[in-house]
Write a new protein. Structure first.
Length: 142
């Protein structure tokens, strides 16, 4: 299953890694970056030469204090969609699932707020990757 779709050649692309994090109660963890209004899946931009898995483990530790082993991440898909906070840009997100037995986390770095939400009724404004792709997969039962 691939969410990659052709895009106009004049749209700049931002490459990121993202985690579809679920807790023991079926809720999913979303974050809102400082100065923004939309909630999104945790993750970020890989550093030059960094693998997608390594980048996601680093981002989860920096942003949420989650220490995640590479083997805890399960490759889901690569998705192309509209970028949430960069008008006129597309996002190419390398997505992984992560199931946490312990839902404790601590928002840090550029994260203003982190919230566990019901994927069927998130009750927050969502970024396109979350609203159009990742949360619907959870609702359908991945």
């Amino acid at each position: 299953m691939s969410g990659l779709a052709p895009s106009p050649p004049d749209r700049p692309v931002i490459e990121v890694v993202a985690a579809l994090v679920t807790g023991p109660d079926g809720r999913t963890l979303l974050v809102r970056k400082r100065g923004t209004s939309l909630f999104m899946n945790p993750g970020g931009k890989p550093e030059p030469g960094e693998s997608h898995v390594t980048a996601l483990c680093r981002e989860l530790a920096e942003e949420l204090g989650l220490v995640v082993a590479a083997g805890d991440l399960v490759r889901l898909d690569t998705i192309r969609t509209a970028a949430a906070n960069e008008p006129g840009h597309d996002l190419v997100a390398h997505c992984f699932t992560l199931r946490l037995a312990d839902p404790r986390h601590a928002a840090a770095a550029e994260i203003e707020e982190a919230r566990w939400v019901d994927p069927a009724d998130p009750d927050v404004a969502l970024a396109p990757l979350a609203s159009d792709h990742l949360l619907p997969w959870l609702v359908r039962g991945l």
